[in-house]
Design a protein around this ligand. Structure first.
Ligand SMILES: [Zn+2]
Length: 158
């Protein structure tokens, strides 16, 4: 179910907000092993965030988002720190250098957009995602929610 939605081009990466072209298993392989992988809930993610998070020991989307943020920020720290060129400065450059700087500026804007999304702090994105999946008929998500509710009822009764 979740796998099918992520292949649509208008689905966004739950971490950075860029186009999602892969799915990320929200529990690391080191916890689940290979046999259980098909039953682990997935979220739509871009390949870049997915690769940056990889098999990190981070079971919440907030932690996974932070890992992607740190990795992306580390990679583009230099680019982000470089000052932007003004239009006047750009006009003085030859076409090849100007084109290169325009490409760099576009990359900088894209990275900035993703970092802004990665820096946001949702309250409980895993719960939100489980509710979303359950609402679209994902039985596995519904069962996890039932268990979560049962556990919180047991806690409040104690
Ligand atoms: Zn992403």
């Amino acid at each position: 179910m979740a796998n099918a939605t992520a292949t649509k081009p208008d689905v966004l990466c739950v971490y950075c907000g860029w186009d999602a072209d892969s799915v990320d298993h929200i529990l690391p392989r080191t916890w689940t092993g290979d046999a259980a992988r098909p039953f682990i809930p997935t979220v739509p993610a871009c390949r870049d965030c997915n690769a940056r998070i990889n098999d990190a020991f981070a079971p919440t989307l907030g932690e996974r988002r932070r890992i992607a943020y740190e990795s992306l920020e580390r990679k583009y720290r230099k680019l982000l720190r470089n000052p932007s060129w003004s239009d006047d400065e750009m006009a003085e450059l030859g076409p090849r250098l100007r084109h290169e700087l325009e490409c760099r500026e576009a990359l900088r804007r894209m990275v900035k957009y993703r970092l802004d999304n990665l820096a946001r702090d949702d309250e409980d994105p895993v719960l939100d995602w489980l509710l979303h999946c359950a609402a679209y008929g994902d039985n596995f998500a519904a069962r996890i929610l039932d268990r979560k509710r049962a556990a919180s009822l047991a806690l409040s009764a104690a």
